[in-house]
Write a new protein. Structure first.
Lengths: 122, 122
């Protein structure tokens, strides 16, 4: 019997309530699928070797770049290429799904108290 | 000025109406992000070297395996590991987003008239 199961995102989001604390829900092809709840400003950072995809499941947030801000709403996604400085800022809680390489660290080059080197699997 | 733009999935889905004809909306880390509308049965196939993620944006479908069937609904995802035979079957039209390596061919090992070696970018 194969053990492949579907994953319901809303059920997974119900399992945690803290902000900027990503959880992993799956892996494929050397990439991880992450869920996170964002609220407030994150830190400015970039990822030297990893592109990062944000998909908004619920709510909206601003993704700030040094030269512009993009509002990303429910049902929208944005891909941040490697090396590009960015900062998520969420006025209200937003639920996002991210895709990035397995070894990506959430704060990239900006190590701080927000850095989470290990990602919990849920 | 950076050219990073958000992508609205509903707007992209409005751009095409045919079934089992995937369109690419982005790439990252050697992977592609695909949108497809499914209706009816696809072909049984597997991908020798690529894991494949299906995320349902609208509707639902059955993902058949040789030993079970998984109903995947809106807001749910499923990852099919490489080498595992599968067949999507959609009783009604379903809108899905897929993640897979850039060189993945939609029908995997089952080349047929449904095979699309080139994926249009929208």
């Amino acid at each position: 019997m194969n053990t492949i199961e579907k994953i319901n995102l809303a059920e997974k989001f119900d399992l945690f309530h803290d902000h900027y604390h990503p959880r992993m829900i799956g892996t494929l092809n050397g990439q991880k699928v992450i869920l996170a709840k964002l609220k407030g400003p994150f830190v400015w950072h970039s990822h030297a070797n990893e592109d990062e995809l944000f998909y908004v499941v619920k709510g909206w947030f601003n993704l700030e770049f040094r030269d512009k801000t993009v509002r990303v709403g429910e049902g929208e996604m944005i891909i941040v290429p490697r090396g590009v400085e960015h900062r998520p800022v969420a006025e209200e809680e937003v639920h996002v799904m991210l895709f990035e390489p397995l070894d990506t660290i959430n704060t990239g080059d900006a190590v701080s108290e927000l850095t989470r080197k290990e990602v919990d699997r849920i």
